[in-house]
Write a new protein. Sequence first.
Length: 346
Amino acid sequence: MSITSFLLFTLFVSLTLHSKPLHSLVSSPYLSPTIIYPDYQNMLSKFKVFVYEPNKPFTFNSPAESLFYTSLRTSPFVTQKADEAHLFFVPFPSDLSTRSIARLVRGLRTELPYWNRTLGADHFYVSCAGIGYESDRNLVELKKNSVQISCFAATAGKFIPHKDISLPPVVFSDAPHAPSNKTTTFLGYFRHSGVKESTLAKELIGDPHFVIETEPSDHMTFVERLSRSKFCLFDYGIDVSWIGEALRFGCVPAVIADLPIHDLPFMDVLRWQEIAVFVGSGGGAGEAKRVMGGVSRDRYKRMRELGVTSSQHFVWNPSPQPFDCFNTLMYQLWLRRHTIRYVRRE
Ligand SMILES: *[C@@H]1O[C@H](CO)[C@@H](O)[C@H](O)[C@H]1NC(C)=O
Ligand SMILES: *[C@@H]1O[C@H](CO)[C@@H](O)[C@H](O)[C@H]1NC(C)=O
């Protein structure tokens, strides 16, 4: 190869290398668009989870918890060989008392070798409400070391950022999709749980740019509201239960919260800053309207598209599909598999 063609080749390579990530940045809802696909494939072929047998069979109280547990137990990730497992799942009923949970962990610690290797850091559990801080050693280790999967939005003090995972509100696979071209009539739609609870709702009532209601009369009306509104308003900490549906119908979430949110669903996978707007609650309705109104046409269009694409991650299928809710939760667990196991000293 001559010097000139070598230089041209180098130039070509550096141009392609540079243009590709830039392009994928704007068109991907993922934080690591080039890594997620190969890493996901890697997970499918390698990830192994050992599920402890509960003392007696039980069912979880919420649909999200049950769907996860059922999907996990019937998934190819489960192994009977604890020695090859990356992670260990500790099942216990939603309403089990903290004393019983402590006893359960003590049992694992004393009867089996796995807990002691990481003091629970390669273990995970599902608890919609999340568990709080207790002084009992078993509960401290479970809370501080093991990965908790709790329902979004988590109660204050029950979620540890970067370690814990949010279980998103359930969206079923038969829910219809976003209309391909959406013509919006309203700036915002806000389904709230009562004017008493939401000062924002109180402020917005009567504003012609918004549809404000406590409960849509039926599902079709709800779908129509989502389709005809540019933004869907969520009072974080009061009701975020329909955020997956909002995304699916191309209604860009506007999340109102007084502090940064650390428990957004799939937070280490999705670029939330590109699919939703976040508004401080201090500024009231004026601030919310200013932020929503300030999103340019192009930015809005992209947010909406990325949101619709992201909504597949919220969907539960009768048998898990690539990148659906179950598999994305598993992917988040896969990202958390690197824990140091200490060799037992005799
Ligand atoms: C785990 O460590 C504790 C001490 O912290 C010990 O009492 C227990 O027997 C150990 N478990 C196993 C299975 O060796
Ligand atoms: C898209 O919107 C335009 C007007 O905004 C309408 O005329 C057209 O029928 C719509 N297409 C579909 C597929 O809904």
